[in-house]
Design a protein around this ligand. Structure first.
Ligand code: ADP
Ligand code: ADP
Length: 223
């Protein structure tokens, strides 16, 4: 089954930047890595796929539903780059707020919060305020928010670029677990080791365009 189907997707900002003619398809349960330097267009692509910004041209579907539609958005969990929280809230309160924003009802949310925080490995710290969390814990919290309505596809924008080595390995382990659970993962990163440890296939992006794509070994280690 194809989870993410992207055909000639283009976003051109007024200044001419953005990303151009991206064509990729990602299978259900696959982890796909989107690798490129800052400014390459990775965030732009993901923002289109999660329905936050409209493409200039091209098309894409998530499990057959056109991006931007409600049905497509319901398939998606999104961890934006450098997610900021209200730091005076506790971890539990952040997830509760987020689930309300997703339109979940109170009776569903309550049992779900503890379960989610446990799943991302910060269950014991759920009643602490976010300002006492490390950056790694904050990314785990962001992941809990992205997972709130159990979406089959996760879009992760540079999930560990702001983290120290310990935070990075925490996030990496979490991503492996999610992949083992059958989630489809689309991972934006400029960190080769992060992408290599999780993904079978990758695309290299530069200046808004895909330079090459395919199996990791083939893309990175052959001429
Ligand atoms: P990446 O995520 O790979 O760092 P981005 O998608 O954020 O790249 O940005 C791609 C290019 O588009 C960059 O040159 C960036 O400055 C530009 N860009 C991003 N968002 C906007 C915007 N809203 N308006 C104009 N240019 C933008
Ligand atoms: P990221 O860190 O995700 O690559 P940026 O730092 O490029 O994002 O952009 C942060 C915000 O500013 C985004 O909403 C992006 O769309 C916007 N932005 C980025 N570059 C430009 C630009 N050149 N002109 C206008 N808006 C921009």
């Amino acid at each position: 089954t194809v989870a993410i189907d992207i055909q000639q997707l283009t976003k051109e900002y007024d200044n001419g930047r953005g990303c151009r003619n991206v064509t990729i398809s990602v299978g259900k349960g696959e982890a796909f890595g989107f690798l490129g330097p800052n400014g390459a267009g990775k965030s732009t692509l993901v923002k289109m796929l999660v329905g936050l910004t409209a493409p200039t041209s091209g098309r894409a579907t998530l499990f057959g539903e056109p991006i931007g539609s409600l049905a497509a958005k319901q398939h998606v969990g999104y961890l934006p780059e450098l997610y900021r929280y209200q730091e005076w809230l506790t971890g539990e309160e952040v997830v509760r707020l987020h689930s309300r924003l997703c339109g979940m009802d109170q009776s569903t949310i309550k049992p779900r919060i503890k379960q989610l925080l446990d799943q991302v490995g910060i269950g014991k710290r759920g009643i602490d305020r976010v300002k006492h969390y490390s950056k790694g814990m904050q990314q785990r919290l962001g992941m809990a928010c992205a997972l709130v309505n159990d979406p089959p596809i996760l879009f992760l924008d540079e999930p560990s670029s702001a983290l120290d080595p310990i935070g990075r390995s925490e996030v990496r382990e979490l991503l492996k677990n999610l992949k083992n659970e059958g989630k489809t993962i689309f991972l934006n990163s400029h960190l080769l080791e992060e992408v290599e440890s999780l993904c079978e296939r990758i695309a290299l992006l530069n200046n808004g365009q895909i330079l090459r794509h395919g199996q990791v070994s083939q893309v990175l280690y052959t001429q």
